[in-house]
Design a protein around this ligand. Sequence first.
Ligand SMILES: [Zn+2]
Length: 423
Amino acid sequence: MFDLIVRHATLADGRKNQDIACADGRIKGIGAKIEAGARAEIDAEGYLVSPPFVDGHLHVDAALLHGRPRVNEAGDLYEGIRIWAEAKQQTSIEDYKARARQICYWSIAQGTLFIRCQTDICEPNLNAVRALCAVRDEMKPYITLQIVAFPQDGFLRHPEAKRLLREALDLGAEVVGGIPDYELTAEHGNRSIKELCAIAAEKGLLVDMHMDQTTDPQSRQIEALTAETIELGLGARVTASHCPTLSSVNPYYLRKLIDQIAQSGMNIMVQPMQAATCWGLMAPVGKLLDGGVPVALGQDCVLDPWYPFGVCDMLDIAHMAATFGQVLDTKRKAMLFESVTTVGARALGLEDYGLEEGGPADFVILQADDAVEAIRLRPTRLAVVRGGQVLSRQQKQQAALTLGTENLSVELARRQPVDVREM
Ligand SMILES: [Zn+2]
């Protein structure tokens, strides 16, 4: 007797009509027709069952602050940083916690069960880090939060950042952050990369830095980060976030950089919504994928001082990456689905992830027929399961059309309208 069986699933690799049997929080079997009972069954009706989504980059500490204390009228990155500097002086630990919980609820409903939280440490009491660590522990059975010690005001530029970053790591942050382009000079930026990578190497931690957040092709700090990654042998433990200038450097230099990024083994983490709104320029996702670079995706902002939209939907992010990055062929579109699932998991260094026999019973049932369709539709998450427990359910979406005397049931996931008289 299993705890849960999902029947008639389509998997992201294309296998159809599969049953998924779960017990004790693990997937015990995947096969065409599992002849066994379970305490609960869900009929996936041929829809896609995917591993949970991974949001590789989100400022949870600033999320849902839109308009507090004022709206970012300029709509640019640096105005956002100034507003955030004001906002964080007025934010209590309870306020951080309440907004972080809300983000967790929305994310779970959207099938996102892993979030890397960029968390500002440039604040004397480290309230954001303390609050996020508490919510991480509280929400652990349902969603995994990974906390980056992020020196928003510059690791070298902010007078206390060096001490605060170490304190944040002692409090439980798992990832060393950085923002080299916000340091006083490019040379300071490169020095911050060296020092931050050394801390990560010393403590056996992951690295995720905000890189080259500008349209200036002279901003080339990604090169320094690849060099440091190679020299220290950090490989997949390192992630470079944003990197819009990879799309403004000349093609010869881009070729060199892509080879170097691939050689380093690091991940590139792209945030398409901010690429579009802050710079009108996004890292060249298609070329990076062609060059063998693992590209993960992050949401970055949800209703915060930088961005007035966001619904915690990683398929919305993949859709923007495909559209803005002109990644329109079937193969690479499918790779973008991996960017919000398996490649995101690689970037976060998740060890227990994947929809496979023996793996964790964590998955999402989507009202779409396959992975590429899921990016097109950004469909309803029919069920979200963690450790074999159903955390969230939603009704299938269908519209009932009345066109004169004709009544039709229309579903965006299925291309033929169904005449209800034949049902
Ligand atoms: Zn960011």
